[in-house]
Design a protein around this ligand. Structure first.
Ligand code: ADP
Ligand code: MG
Length: 448
């Protein structure tokens, strides 16, 4: 199958040619024709499988081939949970738009509000945005969405995790044209919160799931090491970093404080590392991502702010220095490698505090990881029998408030969940779906 088999404008086919993209991936083969019919769609496929073009191409085609409902309003709005991700989608969109007369802008948190208001006043056809900031402009009446034809939610589940439900609903309500189409994409869409949300936003959506989030990503080789404590983790980490040649490496830590500390440590030992966390100024964040993606550093130490969607083709190793709270996040983190058919490695360092999360991941993936060891660095920790007392909290769906600044309070006061028997052994956790909960304060703050 070729892109020319879809009824796509020849300018789009030309742009694909310039991008060196020839054959549609599986998700593109399935999602593009459905999206072109105008139907709502919920689509999932593994990380790195080309979801971005699976929605950008039909979006472009719709704009090219139909008449705008209004002169003023944007025709396509694409929402993403983080600014980095929005930038990445925006740059792909710009390549497609460049060959046409249409205008695209991005509206991201952390950038100048008045400049954005001016850009909105110039009536762009496409907007790529983070939801908090877009909702602010909507409230200020800097834009109107009555004429919106296509609303696209990429990494929709993450936007809900970050507490953006209210902003998304406000945007949905403002974009009330009956011919509006809505597309939702992620590698992980099969959870209850997303489904409940989809019922509100989507009309009889077609569902496409290529593989499942639970199934194995065969291009990524996954392993784990047991660690006693922080020093042990760091010793193992250094050993692993020095043992094998890797192109680029991403290391995920639990908190932003850890990113800085760990990156400094690595630099002290002569490694070329840089830290990225969500609290940095947007300019700084952009510079860091830019220089890492151009290969100026070998190692990026970060939190889940970079776990989703980022398309970094030279990353051949992902290390979970700490395990993520949600199993879905694990899938996205390791998906920074093994992209577009390349091979990658994913290593998890599992200490006592990571044990429950680690088992949640195994159970989510229906997979038992193989234990690896480094001679001379084998610790005492062999896994827990008892479940640690904290960690499991009940998700508070849709609790975030819409505020001018974008909400960020989700989760801090979520109540303790009742003990869940599946987790008591810490080993055999069955195959029930993962619990999700909003971010704790220690984790990244949501984007605005
Ligand atoms: P996902 O959103 O599924 O994680 P992306 O849309 O970020 O994946 O795409 C991953 C990479 O694959 C990008 O570098 C993209 O340019 C490339 N890509 C997308 N579609 C194709 C294709 N049909 N053929 C070759 N490469 C592709
Ligand atoms: Mg993506």
């Amino acid at each position: 199958m070729q892109f020319s088999d879809f009824s796509l404008d020849k300018r789009l086919l030309q742009s694909l040619g310039h991008m060196g993209i020839e054959t549609p991936t599986q998700i593109q083969q399935q999602a593009i024709p459905v999206a072109l019919t105008g139907k709502d769609l919920m689509a999932s496929s593994k990380t790195g499988s080309g979801k971005t073009l699976a929605f950008l191409l039909p979006a472009m085609q719709r704009v090219i081939s139909t008449k705008a409902l209004t002169k003023r309003d944007p025709r396509v709005l694409i929402l993403l949970p983080t600014r980095e991700l929005a930038n990445q989608v925006y740059s792909q969109l710009r390549l497609l738009v460049a060959n046409t007369q249409y205008k695209a802008i991005s509206i991201l948190g952390g950038e100048n509000f008045n400049d954005q208001a001016k850009a909105l006043a110039r009536d762009p056809h496409f907007i790529v945005a983070t939801p908090g900031r877009l909702a602010d402009h909507l409230q200020q009446r800097h834009l109107f969405l009555e004429g919106l034809e296509l609303l696209i939610l990429d990494e929709a589940d993450r936007m809900l995790d970050l507490g953006f439900a209210e902003q998304l609903k406000a945007i949905n309500t403002a974009a009330n044209h009956k011919r509006r189409q809505t597309l939702m994409f992620s590698a992980t869409l099969d959870n209850q919160q997303v489904n409940e949300f989809a019922v509100e936003l989507l009309k009889e959506p077609e569902r496409i799931a290529i593989g499942s989030a639970h199934s194995e990503h065969l291009d990524i080789n996954q392993s784990f090491y047991l660690c006693d404590h922080l020093d042990h983790k760091e010793a193992l980490l250094l050993n692993l970093l020095n043992a094998e040649q890797h192109k680029q490496i991403i290391i995920f830590t639990a908190t932003r404080q850890d990113t800085d500390r760990l990156a400094s440590k690595l630099k002290e030992t002569g490694l070329n590392a840089i830290a990225l966390s969500g609290e940095l100024k947007q300019n700084t964040r952009n510079q860091i991502m830019d220089s890492f993606s151009r290969g100026q550093q070998q190692i990026l130490v970060t939190t889940d702010v970079a776990s989703r969607g980022l398309d970094l083709l030279n990353v051949s190793l992902v290390i979970n220095f700490d395990m993520p709270k949600f199993a879905e996040e694990y899938v996205h983190r390791i998906g920074r490698t093994g992209r577009a058919g390349a091979k990658g490695d994913a290593i998890s360092l599992v200490g006592p505090k990571d044990w429950v999360s680690f088992n949640n991941v195994q159970s989510f993936l229906h997979k038992t990881f193989e234990l690896s060891t480094v001679a001379g660095l084998v610790g005492k920790f062999k896994g827990l029998r008892e479940k640690p007392k904290q960690t499991l909290r009940k998700p508070k769906a849709n609790k975030a408030k819409a505020t001018n600044k974008g909400s960020n309070t989700a989760g801090a006061a979520a109540p303790q969940k009742k003990r869940d028997r599946r987790f008591i052994t810490g080993v055999d956790v069955g195959d029930a779906p993962m619990r999700r909960k909003p971010q704790s304060k220690l984790q990244e703050t949501p984007e605005d």
